[in-house]
Design a protein around this ligand. Structure first.
Ligand code: DQA
Length: 139
């Protein structure tokens, strides 16, 4: 059985309410329940924080024992050298995901401090981005 954790950064606790035209109208918990029942052979965990240091602590905690980390660092993707360094420091492979296509949005969203250290990046498929990341760990 694989252990995968989804780590979500700031404002992603508001999925379902937050700018539904960009991020959709499903809450993360609703989505997470369907994922858990669709992949019964995967042990999933989900962690969300709005605080940069807490996200780094979680990467350190999981990054030497889990099989895979799916990371949507949200706006910290574009600003946080520390989260990029944390991804570089750990052993567990990290797939960076984004719900929206960050490349057809504002220019500041085109930069990622995570991507150079990630196993791969999945961008722009709505919540399905997370599922594609899950599948990348199962293949
Ligand atoms: C996001 C894209 C980021 O630019 C933004 O700050 C977010 C969400 C996404 O999943 O599309 O909060 O990571």
């Amino acid at each position: 059985m694989k252990n995968l954790i989804i780590i979500n950064g700031p404002n992603l606790n508001l999925l379902g309410k937050r700018e539904p035209n960009i991020y959709g109208s499903l809450t993360f918990n609703e989505f997470f329940e369907t994922i858990k029942s669709k992949y019964p052979n995967v042990a999933f965990e989900h962690y969300q924080s709005n605080i940069e240091g807490e996200l780094i602590d979680k990467l350190h905690e999981m990054g030497f024992k889990y099989d895979g980390i799916i990371l949507n660092a949200a706006a910290y993707t574009h600003t946080s050298v520390s989260i990029g360094d944390a991804v570089a420091a750990i052993e567990t492979p990290v797939v960076e995901v984004h719900i929206s296509n960050t490349f057809n949005r504002e220019e500041f969203r085109h930069q990622s401090f995570v991507a150079p250290h990630a196993k791969g990046v999945i961008v722009g498929f709505g919540l399905q981005s997370y599922e594609l990341a899950i599948q990348s760990f199962l293949d």
